[in-house]
Write a protein that binds this ligand. Structure first.
Ligand SMILES: Cc1cc2nc3c(=O)[nH]c(=O)nc-3n(C[C@H](O)[C@H](O)[C@H](O)COP(=O)(O)OP(=O)(O)OC[C@H]3O[C@@H](n4cnc5c(N)ncnc54)[C@H](O)[C@@H]3O)c2cc1C
Length: 417
């Protein structure tokens, strides 16, 4: 069992996962979160089997199963509903654990409740915005402020500090002061949720369209499924040139239906009423598709970056949260037998930085969604219900290559158990 004690800046999905993983290894840790009250925000996220396998190790599987949807398949379609590619997912694909589609807020609350219960509520400190640090041979001192007033609220000391403070990370800004805001991809996302009748089997995720106009949707709550409806998370994505776009990466910014609905007017998937999906939305948020360039170093002495602070990536491939969970588990595994903090943080950097950089760069080339653009560019429109002009093995190669890159091909996961 380790004897170190650490600090985590950011009580989001990755900060809390790390807190639970370190606690499991007997390492004392405190989480400092900027907001005063941690609330269940956001809409849908996907937990791919490689992260679920790790969340199972933290004993979270029963709670996840209670609230989430066990995703059965992922399919890609054209805007007129022709199938491009369909593959089973999670248990349906023969993995040992499910792939979950889940409300970000539900997942956040599962993590928060477990962290408060296991670490003690006093170790999850809210209203503490990480502002600066100093380190010396004996440890790290972190300084916190009130995010609204900027007034100092406290100082803490530990053996190490992890910045899991999200896409607009303050710690990353200290390391890379000239980096500026996240990079805009040219695509704007409207993220909404709508409760309505299920589509397909009620457990499927789909993506339709191409790089200029896309719709992604998947159900995320099991209590709606029990009532015979689906709580559908959807993302309408439209290309908007840089000079016309709102580009601040603010997860709470509201979106307007007229900004995207007219562009989908001619779409017909057959099995989903897109108009009703948009019109009956419970909430719509607007978020630019942004990421950050890979950086040459995450760990600086006793201080390091994790999750979106380290590798904010485009959502293509649904990998953002899952990669953050892998960061946290890798860090905790290394810390378990650590004798020297600096060496351990360097080992964590070596284990995760390049691997996640490759995924970020693959996502810039649209990741597994490449199959949709291939059809848009190459199909003369003469195919029937299912696309046949691009050979199946070419499409399969795209899907398999991405799974291998992101570490969730079946072989890799089986050998990791
Ligand atoms: C409000 C919100 C809504 C989101 N909604 C979605 C969504 O619908 N779909 C989706 O795919 N992703 C969403 N995300 C992002 C998603 O959670 C992350 O991409 C992913 O989970 C990686 O998690 P993370 O812990 O690294 O970052 P995040 O989950 O973003 O967590 C970062 C945490 O750090 C806190 N923080 C920020 N700065 C400081 C600071 N200086 N000091 C202390 N704490 C700080 C933030 O308040 C936040 O709790 C959302 C994030 C937030 C914050």
């Amino acid at each position: 069992m380790g004897t170190f004690s650490g600090m985590i800046a950011g009580g989001g999905l990755v900060g809390l996962t790390l807190a639970l993983a370190l606690h499991e290894k007997g390492i004392k840790v405190r989480v400092f979160e900027a907001v005063k009250e941690i609330r269940p925000l956001g809409v849908g996220v996907n937990l791919l089997p490689h992260s679920v396998q790790n969340l199972e190790k933290l004993g979270l599987l029963p709670e996840l199963e209670k609230v989430a949807i066990k995703t059965s398949s992922l399919a890609y379609y054209t805007e007129d509903g022709k199938t491009i590619w369909r593959e089973p997912r999670g248990l349906d694909a023969g993995y040992d654990v499910p792939q979950f589609s889940i409300h970000r807020g539900d997942f956040h609350m599962i993590l928060l409740n477990a962290a408060r219960e296991r670490l003690g509520a006093e170790n999850i400190v809210s209203g503490h915005h990480f502002q600066s640090f100093e380190q010396d041979g004996g440890g790290v001192t972190a300084h916190f402020t009130d995010r609204e007033t900027g007034e100092a609220v406290g100082t803490a000391r530990g053996d190490f500090l992890v910045g899991a403070d999200g896409i607009n990370s303050r710690l990353r800004q200290i390391f890379y002061p000239d980096e500026g805001p996240p990079k805009y991809s040219g695509q704007m996302l409207w993220r909404g949720v709508t409760e309505m009748e299920p589509f397909l089997d009620g457990r499927s995720m789909f993506m339709a369209g191409h790089n200029d106009l896309k719709l992604v949707a998947y159900p995320i709550r099991s209590d709606s499924a029990k009532r015979g409806t689906s709580y559908i998370n959807w993302i309408a994505e439209r290309r908007i040139p840089s000079d016309l776009a709102t580009r601040s990466a603010d997860w709470n910014e509201k979106g307007l239906i007229e900004e995207f609905k007219p562009y989908f007017a001619s779409w017909n998937l057959g099995w989903l009423d897109i108009n009703r999906l948009f019109e009956n939305a419970i909430s719509i948020h607007k978020f630019p598709m942004v990421d950050r360039d890979p950086v040459p170093q995450w760990s600086f002495g006793r201080v390091t970056l994790m999750g979106d602070a380290a590798h904010a990536m485009y959502p293509n491939g649904s990998n953002g949260v899952s990669q953050g969970v892998l960061d946290a588990m890798t860090f905790a595994d290394l810390m378990e037998n650590a004798t020297d903090i600096e060496t351990t943080l360097t080992a964590y950097d070596d284990a995760r930085r390049e691997a996640t950089a490759k995924i970020s760069l693959a996502n810039r080339q649209t990741g597994p969604e490449l199959v949709m653009q291939m059809v848009k560019d190459q199909c003369p429109g003469t195919c029937g219900e299912t696309h046949s002009c691009i050979p199946k093995d070419v499409l399969e190669e795209v899907a398999t290559a991405y799974k291998k890159l992101a570490g969730f091909d079946k072989q890799t996961l089986k050998s990791a158990r």
